[in-house]
Design a protein around this ligand. Structure first.
Ligand SMILES: [Mn+2]
Length: 329
């Protein structure tokens, strides 16, 4: 639950302010963008000036939330002045300045009030107002609570955006962060007009055919450890070229082999254009892998981490696989 003091502060800031900035982490996802669109819709209805500044393009499957093109890529030259004049900045689904890139650097120098809504753990303080709820499934869940308390009209685009946030961050209500509250909120959102099958189709059933061809190649060439608990695969530049796909098309691919019975850990090695290895570590929940990711200069959650490693692609793969095998003890 949101602390009453934090809520009152946010309520006052919105009431008294005229101009607001909304942002989320680099490589924005459905939760960050859904939360932004929901709050943006509310602020605009109040007649406030609001801007959404992000640091990377909206993923294709979330673009339907932004048909009007309200989300802008942050450009220090173009938008710096708007940020300086803002009454408050909402930072959603993230409490890490680094992942706010240029905007993060600018915000740290400014005295503008920063309000952080996030469900990732935070040590210490981040903004002037922090609403950090690690029990929440998603930032969308926190945003629902905020908008409900503020008396927002929960309908249309706003409810679709909140539903998208919760649906995507819980992996369609499959991940361990799925909780009763997430279901209760989504039930309410459905009662208020969300069509689950419609959003499901928008988000999950508009995949490009090329992406499926690439996935087919990958799934027919998986490597297994002798006991079948570790599985790994490579996505080379050559594979991307022959299937006409982009690196971003591989998003979520590491989750597929993990669904094989007996597999505990899946590693995806994506060869970048400049020959580096972008590694995704996905564990089913027994093997903790962010330690290994850290060793390679990466990081993340205990069961879902990543790292970007320089060096000969095949050699990096060999080395990381052999270190991953050691995690099984
Ligand atoms: Mn999230």
């Amino acid at each position: 639950m949101m602390a009453p003091a934090a809520f009152q502060e946010i309520q006052q800031l919105i009431q008294n302010g005229k101009k607001f900035i909304l942002t989320t982490h680099v490589n924005a996802d459905g939760d960050g963008i859904g939360s932004e669109i929901a709050l943006f819709t509310y602020l605009r209805e109040l007649g406030k000036e609001a801007h959404i500044f992000n640091h990377s393009a909206t993923p294709e499957n979330i673009e339907f939330l932004d048909r009007r093109g309200d989300i802008e890529l942050f450009d220090l030259q173009k938008h710096g002045e708007i940020v300086r004049e803002a009454d408050a900045v909402f930072i959603l689904d993230i409490s890490d300045w680094e992942r706010l890139r240029d905007l993060g650097k600018l915000l740290r120098q400014l005295s503008v009030t920063k309000i952080c809504l996030d469900h990732h753990p935070l040590e210490g303080r981040f903004g002037e107002v922090d609403v950090i709820s690690t029990d929440a499934s998603s930032t969308g869940e926190i945003m629902y609570e905020l908008l409900t308390k503020l008396g927002a009209r929960l309908q249309g685009k706003l409810v679709e955006a909140l539903y998208t946030a919760i649906l995507t961050d819980t992996g369609g209500f499959r991940f361990s962060n799925t909780n009763p509250r997430a279901h209760q909120i989504c039930a309410d959102l459905i009662a208020r007009g969300v069509k689950p099958h419609h959003l499901y189709q928008e988000i999950y059933e508009k995949q490009p055919a090329n992406k499926m061809r690439l996935l087919g190649k990958i799934l027919s060439n998986l490597n297994f450890s002798p006991d079948g608990r570790l599985v790994w695969f490579a996505v080379t530049q050559e594979m991307l070229k022959t299937t006409g796909t982009q690196p971003r098309d591989t998003e979520g691919f590491a989750d597929f082999p993990r669904s094989i019975d007996g597999v505990e850990l899946c590693l995806m090695f994506l060869e970048t254009e400049n020959g580096k290895a972008k590694i995704s570590f996905r564990s089913k929940g027994k093997i903790i892998i962010n330690g290994l990711a850290n060793r390679y200069g990466g990081g993340g959650h205990p069961y879902a981490s990543g790292a970007l490693v320089e060096g000969n692609f095949q050699e990096v793969m060999k080395r990381v696989v052999s270190e991953a095998k050691e995690l099984f003890g």
